[in-house]
Design a protein around this ligand. Structure first.
Ligand code: ZN
Length: 130
């Protein structure tokens, strides 16, 4: 693993910029990754179609929490349609490291939760982050 990116992940895990809850919020969703025990909730405030505020809460491994923080930062100012189009590659680009299948589930949990919320689904599925 590249040291620079590893530092980024540890920094975001220890000092998240977007950790918190938005009450009230317009969109919220929560789910877990049973393989690792990660849990993420994402709250959004939107103005029309534009994401104005984001906060995430939850617990879990450094990769799951760091990816939630980076994802939160990346969607402020995006439209909901842009959020719907986000993919696995966007998360991997932000993290900047190669991940095996188990760690990939950790990294993609936040995007899965976010997209399930934005789509208004009752449950998050892996297909959301293909
Ligand atoms: Zn994990």
């Amino acid at each position: 693993m590249d040291d620079l990116y590893r530092e980024l992940i540890i920094d975001r895990y220890k000092n998240p910029r977007f950790r918190g809850e938005l009450d009230p919020c317009d969109i919220t969703f929560e789910d877990d990754n049973p393989l690792c025990g990660d849990r993420i909730r994402i709250d959004l405030r939107v103005d029309g179609e534009v994401v104005k505020e984001v906060a995430f809460s939850g617990r879990g491994c450094a990769i799951s929490q760091a990816s939630a923080d980076l994802l939160s930062e990346s969607i402020v100012g995006k439209t909901l349609d842009e959020v719907r189009q986000m993919s696995k590659e966007d998360i991997l680009d932000m993290l900047g490291i190669e991940l095996g299948p188990v760690r990939l589930k950790c990294a993609l949990l936040s995007l899965k939760v976010l997209k399930a919320g934005v789509y208004g689904l009752g449950a998050a599925s892996d297909e959301l982050v293909e």
